[in-house]
Design a protein around this ligand. Sequence first.
Ligand SMILES: Nc1nc2c(ncn2[C@@H]2O[C@H](COP(=O)(O)OP(=O)(O)OP(=O)(O)O)[C@@H](O)[C@H]2O)c(=O)[nH]1
Length: 217
Amino acid sequence: MKLNFDPRVKDACAQNKTGTVGLKVCKAVLVGDVAVGKSCLINRFCHSVFDMDYKATIGVDFEVEKFSVLSVPFNLQIWDTAGQERFKCIAASYYRGSNVVIVVFDLSDIDSMSHTPQWKEDACKCASDPHIFLVGTKKDLVSDAAFADIEFEAMKLANEINAEFWAVSSKTGENVREFFFRLVSLTFDKAILNELETRKSPVAQIGSNLISEWLCL
Ligand SMILES: Nc1nc2c(ncn2[C@@H]2O[C@H](COP(=O)(O)OP(=O)(O)OP(=O)(O)O)[C@@H](O)[C@H]2O)c(=O)[nH]1
């Protein structure tokens, strides 16, 4: 899959012979109703597996995927939260500092889509200017005709909550890698552009360390 990067980001990375652009870390959090398929989406991407049996997430789970993007190391932290009401408080304490909020719903359960604006609002309260994705799962369960209607509604909703819409299936793997690679390229771009911005500003320097490095952006 071909990833598109901002030309300034490409230049900065191409000139990074001395490794001055260090490790970038991105925190992504998945939120959404019970059993919409959050854990399956992560397991499909991180471990290439799919399990038909439902095992509820207790509180939160966590995975790290390591990439090299344009020769710069990039770690994607993926936080899987529980959809069950009784774990909501625990899960919410892990939203803090997220760079990406992935609001998940089940394409075969329209109710789960109607709850996504609330999930988004709760998660974004503690996130830091995050990219927002609206992800419809279980695409394999809906017919093409039904999908066309749901897609129309989902795009409208995505527009309202400032999100990018993706439809995926963790069962077949459709769009899963494409979705995560898109997420990685967007957040990598943003991290590098932030760093370039910070470098331009003399007040942003503490001794010889850049604030962005100090903050691990
Ligand atoms: N057919 C189909 N089933 C799926 C898909 N993704 C998940 N499922 C099923 O949906 C059920 C719930 O999936 P999970 O990933 O555990 O859901 P969750 O959102 O993490 O649930 P909580 O941990 O309770 O919040 C499981 O039985 C999965 O096998 C999919 O793409 N297609």
